[in-house]
Design a protein around this ligand. Structure first.
Ligand SMILES: [Mn+2]
Length: 328
């Protein structure tokens, strides 16, 4: 494996001050932290004289369209954008090449810098990774503040959304004093936090509610209700006309029930027999370690992996067994 270097904040800022066309890569199935951090990074680079464009293997999810409005409506890349042929590439919030997904192949190997807060990935470029940060947005904000570029209200909106999303609106255990101080700084930039949080947490499409209802009906409880798991077959997703982005909150359906300590949502992908699992812990339990057994990763209390199983029942049994083994 190539040797990649941990960079300091000063080195990252120095490198990004060198103006050059820049592609900012965010992980597939982008969340608000990825989108907010990447778009804020784009605005910062542009302020320092570099043309920049955010790219992703998936399109902007509809519930995050408000973040890109008037700035960059589309993230999906199918070809190298004009003017960015020899661009440097920075990955944000992306812990592994697998998370980058199916991009234009020649781009994947050309990432020269990773900015991330996932502690469990394998660095695939020189990197600036702070696992203590609640969100990549927290890291991008600190970098901008350490440069001589002012944080505009637009940047502040993007970064607040990023941090709010990855902390579940400042509720999860990854929320630190530094997180609140970062948020306070952003609020001082004059942003509409009520509207940002309404967009992130209250506004739900009918498709999302349909997915949650179907997920609820498939919820199974184990160990006297301490473990909740649901599986979502691809055939059901197709029957209900749901996109992948509508299934992103399924794990919360399992996690929110009284008494549940560990929750998992398993959904079959378009490839038959390949399942994507999201796990959450409401107690001190390392779901990232369980995800790692299936080649995945994440954080102690929020992690994901991909597994292969004959059917949905078998996939659920595999996850339950792995969780029970890890508890022993
Ligand atoms: Mn993140």
């Amino acid at each position: 494996m190539a040797d990649f270097r941990a960079m300091t904040a000063v080195e990252v800022i120095e490198a990004l001050r060198q103006s050059a066309p820049t592609l900012i890569l965010l992980h597939k199935r982008p969340d608000a932290d990825a989108v907010g951090s990447a778009l804020a990074l784009r605005l910062w680079l542009e302020a320092m004289g570099s043309p920049a464009c955010c790219i992703c293997a998936d399109e902007m999810p509809e519930h995050l369209a408000f973040l890109g409005a008037g700035l960059q409506e589309s993230l999906l890349i199918t070809a190298v954008p004009a003017g960015f042929e020899g661009a440097r590439i920075i990955a944000v919030d992306t812990a592994s090449p697998a998370q980058a997904g199916e991009l234009v192949p020649e781009l994947e190997a050309r990432v020269s810098l990773m900015i991330d807060h996932h502690g469990t990935g394998t660095p695939f470029a020189d990197h600036y990774i702070l696992p203590s940060a609640a969100a990549s947005g927290e890291i991008v904000l600190a970098l901008i503040r350490a440069s001589d570029v002012a944080v505009t209200p637009r940047m502040a909106t993007l970064l607040y959304a990023a941090i709010s999303a990855d902390t579940g609106c400042f509720r999860y255990s990854n929320t630190t004093t530094a997180t609140h101080l970062a948020a306070a700084f952003l609020v001082e930039r004059g942003i509409d936090t009520a509207e940002i949080n309404r967009q992130l947490y209250e506004a739900k499409s009918l498709s999302l509610l349909t997915a949650e209802k179907a997920g609820f009906e498939r919820l199974h409880f184990y160990e006297s209700g301490r473990i909740a798991i649901l599986t979502f077959p691809y055939a059901l997703q197709q029957q209900l006309g749901l996109k992948d982005e509508h299934l992103g909150t399924l794990v919360d359906v399992a996690r929110c029930v009284y008494g549940v300590e560990i929750a998992a949502a398993i959904r079959e992908t378009a490839t038959p027999g390949v399942y994507r699992v999201s796990m959450r812990a409401n107690v001190d339990f390392d779901v990232a370690a369980v995800a790692a057994r299936f080649g995945g990763g994440g954080h102690t209390r929020a992690a994901g992996a991909t597994l292969t199983a004959d059917d949905a029942e078998r996939a659920e049994a595999m996850i339950l067994e792995a969780l029970l083994q890890a508890e022993r």
